[in-house]
Design a protein around this ligand. Structure first.
Ligand code: ADP
Length: 679
């Protein structure tokens, strides 16, 4: 509503200026500063044949036929005519006071103008002649006149295929000079301003890559060129010898300019996305306008009559005005702030166009303002459109800033939330770690208690088991009764098994819990192993044991209990999985920096596919009833060897016996081996 009021005020203002100008024009001429209408001193003769010469016209019979120009009204307008018109202007310095005058015809559409001075000198010029033919280098036709006290007759011979209007003006020389200067200055301001706006927006386009600015530039240049050629400057400066092009240049430029303005409008209002149907109409009009420009050029150069084509122009301009104003209003109502400037600018151009049309139709008087209405309104339009573009950039900048602020705010919120959840998580982890630590400690404590309890039990069991074992051995030595000996051997074998079971249980727990695991001591491995093999003979009376050792063996640093469990397990297995009366070979091996204890049997052997499996817990490959066990022995051996950084090696095949070698690494060796002896 606010804009509507502003628009109406602007319209009223413009009409008021028109009114003021009308009144001003009805004032009597002020000598020397404004032009005179020489119609009062003029008379007209029409030569339908067009063959009469200047000399013939001077004859009395033709002189009689001259009729006063005032009978045609204020302005001589003969419409479309193929006749030749002679205008006689009779002047003297007595009437006009001053001697130097300029006769101006401010109208381009006169094909041929011959100006005859009283002396009979002729100046031939006109629209179809070169610019060089003009007496004064001026956008209209102007002829210098020199008067004296005697009345002199000046003749104009005019022919034209266009609308034959002869708006004569008589300027006092100095007033004309001033008029030219002022006119040139105003025009220079206009084109300069337009040029700056076009260049400025082109630079903005190069910088922002926003095509609206490019279309705006093209629109401003084409529209400016249209007005430029319409004002006669195109002919003066750009195409002085092309009257044919000059005749259509204005309409072609304005048509192309309007097409460009439509493209600009679609981009500026973003009609493709916001108003699809209006966008369709825009596209249609753009095609129509470019096609129209093409048709005009084609018609001109193919010499087809353009009258009909020119008459179409107002018809195709009307939908442009309606569409542009409608699309602008919709965009503004939809909240596009910059559409306000867009609407006002196009509204201003429309008012200018309406005023220019009304002046052409003689519905409003011709004066400075109405003559320049289109030019003024187009300048205002260009300026406002430039504002509209700037306002759009500003609006987008504000939106971007707002979006950035929102993004920043949400980022900060996110960071805060993350920080809070991180702190919460840290707290939870801290609490959980504490809980776990407490649980672990109590678990460790429990395990220690359990192991201590285990070792107590084991110890308590081991002592009586040792006593039973010793007593059985003693008894076996004291008796010769084979039956007793056999039974005593069974007792000591069972006792040994029980003791081994306790040891495995106790050592296994120690290994797994890493609690108080290692009690290393120096072990002379050859003598220790020899003793152990001797003991085993008692437990496994049905097997023969063969022990070999290099002469020089290193001293090992190991927990004796662990070593014992490893060796006894391997010897037990060798006896368990080989036939009675077979031999078990026990050897000490030295390989580079490693010391190995090898136990070889000639028993059932192990399929190579099971070589890895047998070291897993609770894995038994032979499950025959006679081979009692739980599948724990080898897994325990492996654990002990890994604990010492050593390894357990198996060499075996089904039916070919087995060899297990427990390799102890260099770290388990107390004294280096000087001379390893070959086995
Ligand atoms: P188990 O208590 O069953 O003997 P181990 O862990 O000591 O458990 O042995 C795992 C499996 O490895 C045994 O079930 C057996 O099949 C195989 N094994 C171990 N030692 C020998 C061996 N000297 N000869 C043949 N098989 C053996």
């Amino acid at each position: 509503m606010k804009n509507m009021k502003f628009f109406l005020k602007l319209l009223c203002g413009l009409l008021l200026i028109c009114g003021l100008q009308t009144n001003a024009s009805s004032q009597p001429y002020t000598r020397y500063t404004t032009p005179l209408n020489p119609n009062f001193y003029s008379s007209v003769f029409i030569d339908p044949s067009g063959h009469l010469s200047y000399q013939e016209i001077l004859r009395p019979e033709y002189q009689e036929k001259f009729k006063p120009a005032s009978s045609w009204g204020d302005e001589l307008n003969f419409g479309f005519s193929s006749f030749t018109y002679w205008i006689k202007i009779s002047l003297s310095s007595k009437q006009l006071v001053s001697t130097n005058w300029i006769l101006e015809i401010p109208y381009f559409g006169l094909d041929h103008i011959d100006f005859y001075s009283p002396q009979g000198d002729v100046t031939r010029t006109g629209n179809l002649m070169s610019v060089d033919s003009r007496s004064i280098f001026y956008r209209y036709y102007a002829f210098p006149i020199e008067l004296d006290s005697n009345t002199k007759d000046f003749y104009l011979k005019i022919e034209s295929k266009q609308n034959l209007t002869v708006p004569l003006k008589l300027w006092e020389q100095s007033a004309f000079d001033k008029h030219i200067q002022t006119d040139t200055l105003i025009q220079a301001f206009y084109y300069g301003g337009l040029g700056i706006l076009a260049a400025f927006n082109f630079l903005i386009f190069l910088y922002l890559r926003d095509r609206s600015h490019l279309y705006y530039s093209a629109f401003a240049i084409l529209f400016g060129l249209g007005i430029f050629s319409g004002n006669g400057y195109g002919r003066l400066f750009l195409w002085p010898d092309s009257p044919q092009w000059d005749q259509i240049s204005q309409i072609v430029m304005l048509t192309l300019g309007t097409g460009m303005a439509l493209i600009f409008s679609t981009k500026f209002l973003n009609t493709k996305r916001e108003q699809p149907i209006t966008n369709w109409i825009f596209n249609f009009l753009i095609i129509v306008f470019f096609a129209y420009a093409f048709v005009i050029v084609a018609a001109e150069y193919l010499n087809i009559s353009k009258n009909l084509i020119f008459e179409i122009f107002p018809i195709i301009v009307m939908p442009v005005i309606v569409t542009v104003l409608y699309a602008g209003a919709r965009a503004y109502l939809a909240g596009q702030y910059s559409a306000k400037f867009f609407l006002i600018s196009w509204g201003t151009l429309c008012v200018g166009g309406v005023l220019a049309s009304l002046r052409q139709l003689d519905l409003i008087p011709t004066n400075w303002f109405t003559s320049y209405a289109l030019q003024i309104s187009s300048a205002i339009e260009m300026l406002l459109l430039s504002f509209a573009l700037a306002s759009r950039i500003q609006h987008e900048r504000l939106l971007r800033e707002k979006a950035q602020q929102e993004a920043l705010f949400s980022k900060e919120t996110l960071v805060q939330t993350l920080r809070a959840s991180e702190e919460r998580l840290e707290r939870q982890v801290f609490n959980r770690t504490n809980d776990l630590r407490t649980m672990l400690e109590s678990e460790k404590k429990l395990r220690e208690q359990y192991i201590r309890f285990g070792s107590l039990i084991s110890h308590e069991f081991r002592s009586p088991l040792g006593i039973i074992e010793n007593q059985a051995a003693l008894l076996s030595r004291q008796t010769d009764n084979d039956n007793y000996k056999k039974r005593l051997s069974i007792i000591s074998s069972a006792t040994h098994r029980l003791a081994l079971l306790f040891d495995r249980w106790l050592q296994g727990d120690r290994l797994e819990s890493h609690i108080d695991t290692d009690r290393p001591q120096l072990i002379q491995i050859d003598s220790w192993l020899k003793d152990t093999v001797e003991k085993c003979k008692g437990y496994h009376p049905n097997h023969t044991f063969n022990f070999t050792s290099p002469t020089q063996v290193p001293v090992l640093v190991l927990d004796e209990k662990m070593l014992e469990v490893v060796v006894l397990n391997l010897i037990d297995n060798a006896c368990k999985y080989s036939a009675p009366q077979s031999t078990v070979l026990i050897r000490i091996l030295i390989d580079k920096n490693k010391v190995g204890i090898s136990i070889t049997d000639s028993g059932i052997g192990i399929d190579p596919v099971n070589h890895e499996k047998i070291f897993e817990e609770y894995v038994q490959v032979h499950t025959g009833a006679s081979k009692r066990g739980y599948g724990l022995g080898l897994s325990f051996v492996k654990k002990v060897m890994e604990f010492y950084g050593g390894q357990i090696q198996v060499i075996s095949a089904l039916g070919k016996g087995s060899e297990f070698i427990a390799w102890f690494p260099e770290t388990s060796i107390a004294h280096p081996i000087d001379q390893p002896k070959q086995l």
